[in-house]
Ligand binder design. Structure first.
Ligand SMILES: Nc1ncnc2c1ncn2[C@@H]1O[C@H](COP(=O)(O)OP(=O)(O)O)[C@@H](O)[C@H]1O
Ligand SMILES: O=C(O)C1=C[C@@H](OP(=O)(O)O)[C@@H](O)[C@H](O)C1
Length: 307
């Protein structure tokens, strides 16, 4: 009872001013346990990237609430790791973004190994969307079990044509999260298909990509050197060349999730400790910003919404 009263007081206190009307922006994360007179509440505002902690002191029938506000919740995430259930934040943020998406698909783009499949699965589950990996769809369409075999037995151009057909077919559907192949961005026609939905670039430092790929092996990635040698150094060299060729292409995406920026905001700068769930939350934050940005009346168009 005390907790419910405190939560209501917290939500209705003046802290809420200045945000979108009619939408709950502050999420109560936790009450301190214990049965004492004073309790602490942590709440996060995903829209404004803020974390607040309140002490609630019971005085008769009233609750006195003292609040402190931290500038950036992203900057607090390392602390939150131990104290806050990331899954709850993901759930709350996806509930907030879902109505704004209005069924539009999400296309994840980024270099190979950037986490498109990993983050895509998490996003699809959180949003109740279906997940597709475009490489897998190409394999099914061609009737071969790996992209590497398609490159070997046919050609890269054949693979790219099949990839474009897959993206064309997906573009008429809704409520999907699609992990695209790392090279899907190089063909302008693919952008036409992907822009039927929201495109999100997972921007991961090359060193982190090379580490992941060296750990996974390059067998499933035909554009990377397959010869013996130091896998990290070889992957890094090839990824650097591909990234130079494609840098501008990825930047066409509607939203950019830059892992280095997240890690810097958290104050440690280490992208390797960012969890896939935290990255998925950041993707939703960026999608939300893209969808809710004020469009001047002169430039407004009908919403890009399907069925
Ligand atoms: N945030 C992360 N931190 C550490 N490893 C990750 C992260 N996201 C993905 N990985 C790992 O990196 C590798 C490539 O991820 P994947 O999702 O297959 O990338 P993509 O689909 O972009 O090629 C996998 O081994 C995966 O487990
Ligand atoms: O970057 C690329 O050109 C490619 C990336 C691969 O997908 P992932 O990004 O899922 O590894 C796959 O489509 C193919 O090997 C080509």
């Amino acid at each position: 009872m005390m907790e419910a009263t405190a939560a209501l007081s917290f939500q209705s206190c003046s802290l809420i001013g200045g945000e979108k009307r009619g939408r709950k922006s502050w999420e109560i994360l936790r009450f301190s346990p214990g049965l004492g007179e004073e309790r602490r509440i942590q709440a996060v505002n995903l829209r404004q990237s803020k974390l607040r902690t309140c002490s609630v002191r019971a005085k008769g029938h009233e609750s006195k609430i003292c609040c402190s506000c931290k500038k950036s919740w992203a900057g607090e995430l390392s602390n939150l790791h131990s104290s806050v259930d990331e899954a709850l934040i993901l759930k709350r943020k996806s509930e907030e973004v879902l109505p704004e998406l209005n069924g539009q698909c999400i296309y994840l783009v980024g270099m190979m190994g950037s986490g498109k499949s990993t983050i895509g699965r998490i996003l699809s589950e959180a949003l109740g969307y279906s997940f597709f990996d475009s490489d897998k769809l190409v394999e099914e369409a061609v009737g071969m079990s790996s992209v590497t075999d398609i490159f070997k037995e046919h050609s890269e151009a054949f693979f790219r044509d099949s990839e474009s057909k897959v993206l064309r077919d997906l573009s008429s559907m809704c409520r999907l999260v699609v992990a695209t192949g790392g090279g899907a961005v190089i063909r302008p026609i693919n952008w036409k298909y992907m822009k039927q939905g929201i495109t999100v670039w997972l921007d991961v430092p090359l060193e982190a990509l090379a580490k992941r790929i060296a750990a996974d092996g390059t067998a499933s990635r035909p554009l990377l050197p397959q010869e013996p040698g130091d896998p990290y150094t070889e992957a890094l060299a090839r990824l650097s060349a591909l990234s130079k060729e494609r840098g501008e292409d990825y930047a066409n995406a509607d939203a950019r999730v830059c892992l280095q920026n997240i890690a810097d905001k958290q104050g440690h700068g280490d992208v390797s400790i960012l969890t896939p769930t935290a990255i998925a939350v950041e993707a939703l934050v960026k999608i939300d910003s893209f969808l809710t940005v004020d469009v001047p009346a002169s430039q407004s168009t009908l919403p890009r919404v399907k069925g």
